[in-house]
Design a protein around this ligand. Structure first.
Ligand SMILES: Cc1ncc(COP(=O)(O)O)c(C=O)c1O
Length: 474
């Protein structure tokens, strides 16, 4: 059956070129400019039309579940550059989704495009070694406090799987500790108790593992011990009971998938001491924090060096990559193949080239890069808090600049998942995200804001003003 390239009927106001090439060539029209669509229903008409068509071709109309939450409709985009995106209706957005974190330098930075374009002339995927891998590994060794060996892969989900397998292989133990509110990918061994309904989540100190999807293998739950984060006494009790079965403790060292939550003072030190006492490995999931919060990621910010750490998003400025970094004596099990790891696309030319360009760019002057990135984020956070004060809203901002979380709550500080589930109004936040989209600012539906080095003072001003209006409107 031929693929329907366009909707059968169109109104004159939403008419677009009929083929994909022409559509791509259409020059975006800024929202509010002459020729731009009107606000309201018409504003997202073409995305609505394409989404309707997508639903008959792609399951749910989207290819990653979180995208389904974009309101009023999951958008289709024509172009993205720097801090901005343009949708198929010609609306322009200041973007803070930033591909959910990877786009540390904004969309399609020229220096990455140039490097990748040049390198890919020699080939795309070798299923063999590419010399730049070694330079990337050397830069990582210089940048990150944890020193050891690396392995490259293609997504955060799969690299966390390698970390878990390696921890089990190294210790010979079956179980691992996962925390409520933390996300480590979409596969069975980790898609448990990310954001469980409180009614099913069991006691706060020893939560019940709750699968987040139909079809999660029941067996997977047996080897996961769910713990509340930022609660050392709860973890101590778990170790006392099952310590000798625990291969590792896996965590987001700065929690980015529930609000934005810093570890309490002394918490990571306490977790590390427990791991050492019982011979378990301590694993940082730095998929969000790596190369985003600082050159040395959460390790640099918190001063804690784990046994293993996983990376993905910001490592290659928007190209798909992931990396496991670990102490040499542990990683040698991956090296000799006794802990198996593979992947056709691992260390492909484009991804390694992008990682090389990204790290080279940052490492020219890391102090300045992160001061600038975090500084801009802090200025935006201050402006948003001020907008909340002026509108007498319970809008709440929590973070450290390069990424932060927003929610609606009267609580002073959110310190764990249950705090968030009890005291934050997620439905109101969804309305806020939609109100911002209508005002030309695109936010992630989970409340996480990603700064990029492409965001300007002017973008920040525009965002604060949009937030002020959106808060008033909702
Ligand atoms: C902390 C963390 N770990 C792992 C993942 C999974 O990464 P990916 O989406 O690349 O599979 C994510 C994705 O958002 C994440 O935030």
């Amino acid at each position: 059956m031929p693929v329907k390239r366009k909707a059968a009927t169109r109104t004159a106001s939403t008419a677009k070129p009929s083929n994909a090439t022409k559509a791509r060539a259409t020059k975006p029209v800024a929202a509010g400019a002459k020729g731009a669509p009107k606000a309201g229903e018409a504003k997202f008409a073409r995305s609505r039309e394409l989404f309707k068509q997508a639903n008959s071709l792609v399951a749910g109309g989207i290819s990653s579940q979180i995208r389904r939450g974009e309101l009023p409709v999951p958008l289709f985009f024509e172009r993205a550059q720097g801090a901005y995106m343009w949708d198929v209706d010609g609306n322009k957005y200041v973007d803070y989704v930033m591909a959910m974190g990877p786009n540390l330098f904004g969309h399609a930075p020229q220096f990455i495009t140039d490097a990748v374009t040049e390198d890919m002339k020699s080939g795309y995927s070798f299923a063999g070694q590419f010399q730049k891998e070694l330079e990337v590994a050397e830069m990582v060794r210089e940048a990150v406090p944890l020193k050891g060996l690396v392995r490259f892969a293609s997504s955060g989900t799969e690299i966390d799987q390698l970390a878990l397998r390696l921890a089990r292989g190294f210790t010979g133990r079956p179980k691992y500790v996962k925390f409520e509110g933390h996300y480590h990918g979409w596969v069975d061994t980790v898609l448990v108790s990310v954001h469980p309904p409180l009614g099913k989540a069991g006691p706060a100190k020893s939560p019940t593992p709750v699968p987040e999807s139909l079809g999660v293998a029941p067996g997977a739950l047996q080897d996961i011990i769910i713990a509340p984060w930022n609660d050392l006494s709860a973890l101590e009790a778990i170790f006392k009971k099952q310590g000798m079965e625990i291969a590792c403790v896996l965590m987001e060292p700065i929690l980015g998938n529930t609000n934005f939550i810093m570890p309490k003072p002394g918490y990571l030190e306490g977790v590390q001491a427990l791991c050492r006492k019982y011979g378990s490995l301590f694993v940082f999931d730095e998929v969000i924090t790596g190369f985003r919060v600082a050159l040395g990621g959460a390790q640099e910010v918190t001063g804690i060096v784990p046994d293993l750490a996983t990376y993905a998003k910001a490592l290659a400025g928007g190209f798909p990559i992931a990396m496991l970094l670990g102490r040499e004596e542990i990683m040698k099990l991956v090296g000799d193949g006794s802990v198996y790891h593979g992947g056709s696309f691992n260390s492909n030319v484009m991804s390694i080239s992008a990682a090389h360009a990204s790290l080279t760019h940052i490492m020219e002057d890391p102090a300045r890069f992160y001061k600038d990135l975090n500084g801009r984020g802090l200025a935006l956070m201050d402006g948003l808090r001020d907008a909340a004060r002026r509108t007498e809203s319970d809008f709440h901002v929590q973070g450290i600049g390069s990424f932060f979380g927003t929610s609606f709550t009267t609580k002073e500080e959110i310190t764990d998942y249950r705090d968030h589930a009890r005291f934050c109004d997620d439905a109101k936040h969804r309305r806020f995200v939609q109100a911002m989209l209508e005002r030309g600012v695109r936010l992630a539906t989970n409340g996480r804001w990603h700064m990029s080095s492409a965001h300007t003072d002017e973008d920040i001003e525009k965002t604060i003003s949009a937030a002020h209006d959106a808060l008033r409107a909702i």
